[in-house]
Design a protein around this ligand. Sequence first.
Ligand code: ADP
Ligand code: ZN
Length: 747
Amino acid sequence: MSDAQKISFAEVILDSAIDRPLDYQVPDHLQGCVHIGSRVKVPLRRTYKAGTVFSLKETSAFSKVQTIIETLSEQPFISTELFQLARWMSRYYCAPLRKVLKSILPPSIRGKIKYKEQLLIESPLSQDLLAAECEALRQKNPGHASILDIVLKAPKGILLSELLEKADVSRSQIDTLIKKKLLCSRKVQIERSALSDEEYFPTKPKRLNEEQSQALALITDSLTVGRFEAHLLFGVTGSGKTEVYLQAINHALTLNKGVIFLVPEIALTSQTIERLRSRFKEKIAVLHHRLSEGERHDAWHQVHQGKAPIVIGARSAIFSPVPRLGLIIVDEEQESSYKQTEEPPSYHARDVAVMRGKLSSATVVLGSATPSFESYHNALTGKYKLSILKQRADHAQLPEIQIVDMQVEFQKAKAFTLFSEPLINEMKKRLEIGEQTILFLNRRGYHTSQMCPRCSHVIECPHCDVSLTFHLNENILACHLCDYRLSPPPRTCPNCKCDEGLKFKGAGTQMVERALHAILPEVRTLRLDADTTRHKGSHEMLFKQFRSGKADVLIGTQMIAKGLHFPSVTLVGVLNADGNLQIPDFRASEQVFQLITQVSGRSGRGALAGKVIIQTRMPDHPVMTLAADQNYETFFSQEIEIRKLFSYPPFSHLIKLIFSSAEELLSRTMAQRLRETLIGQAPPHCEILPVVPCGHAKVKRQHRFQFLIKAEKFAQLLQTIDSLRQDIFLQQKVRLLIDVDPLSTFF
Ligand code: ADP
Ligand code: ZN
């Protein structure tokens, strides 16, 4: 007997239901076909389940073991290296391996899906009726309500496989809803050509300047040696980081190595994709969540088979099955969208990238104009290799930044005003000479709240503890956490019943647009926020319109802060730079600094000189003055002292435990109970902070409590939490979310 034939048992992690692996016998006819990482179909109770083989062994400790039915793939879908990564993630993020594998393998890959038979699930009811049914079910059958929640968010229908995945429920629950006539299903054909057949003009590598050449040399050295090394490419906006990435990719390809290129948000990255295509043409796969199942399936297999050695994508693209992986690039590594927060594992794609690089002996390049403190700290302490690009490439100059004191402006105007005099004057100048302006405000909608003038009651969402935002165009009040809508807005106060009319407060992007038209009637504007970009392709369309000069001013939320390159934009206005400084979080200053730098970076990227106006009520705040000077180093050295003093990251690790439940008391009690147990069991040198309500204390009717743990070393702590986690799941009514290295300690 050869070695392969001795394998009699496989430990299998099921896709659903059970967190620990189960033993199954490998039948004779499948000997040699079942590997670690293989997808298999196995019996469980009276049904069949799909799962992933976790390990192979000769004996089983159990006497009655069932047999594997069939393999679902010819080759293992998960390489040994990805499997190691999954196990590391499971430990580090304190998440069941089953959930980690779910993040790694897209649903279309996990099962044997025959595309022509895909079922589309929709509702025969109107949105309003369905929403009402959903609310009615919320208490009685939360599982059904959560299915309907997802269907409500997909007015054009959702594929069955996607729904099963998102709701984490069984097919029978959906069938029940179909029987109740709340849902219906039909067969659909899937459109699979993700890659548009657009033509790209081929571009040649640019001649690098001195700083770029040095950075590239460091990276290519690592690549050539083929040893794990992480680099931090710290370059001001427009310094030509992308050009360095492109040439590094080229070098990896000549060594016959694969590449993963991560970007914060794929919808905002059409320009980067274009630049990649124009250099490397057919060898690129784009992986992101807006793809249809079929598109994703095809792209994934192209990558798996080595047909597309370059993958570009958002967060989850870090799990792409790239053979011979040699280079991982994480652009804008400080971006919060790299962190998964809503479901386990709470992974950060940048940190996973570094770990994957280590496991694959690949070179990792993290790029940023405002590195996260963690990464810069790692670079200063020698863990990462640091390259700095101080100059803008292509002889463009960094923009001039002016701080405007809004208190003074309010006095001048004798009222609240959105636009300062200097900003209006600069915009007028741009209008006359045909240059463009970007206005940034971190709030969408028209007014941010509605208040009773007599009793000061603020109208809140019935399901969440936030005020409702007024949207003028639709004449509704909407919740930005759960999408609840109230139409039309009430005229009498629901609290004191007075009918003096409710007062609107605060300004969102819609109001900015209207107010601007009142001041400059001839101005042409475009607005870019979550409201104007609900549909696939809408970002690209808006960007195209702006770039081709169809508008003078682009107004937007943080979506416009990132990575965009519009050569005729010579003015950027930050309307309310203070907004996030008031959030009680140790990262608040860091985040405001990053945002100002990112937004400013959109100005003067072409041949024309740029200007930035920052409107603030705290003109002397160090964040404002240092951001205006673009002085990251000083800002970092001041802030890092505070972090050290209070032992915050990067000098410690934080773990946030969030408890949520429909019952407030239960949620709080479970949090307190787990905290007390932890205090008894936790290793020394960790600080367990008190239980507090989350910044958003209620979301979608769930009451949320949290506590933080601060620890210098945390491997042992994670184990303790992991075993406690298993117990708390006995209490079905409370959900526990473990956020390791949380980006926010408040919300
Ligand atoms: P970043 O990624 O750092 O924001 P980009 O790579 O987008 O910067 O570069 C900004 C602009 O400068 C782009 O138009 C790019 O084509 C150009 N550029 C980059 N490197 C060079 C170079 N070495 N010579 C000339 N132009 C360059
Ligand atoms: Zn809400």
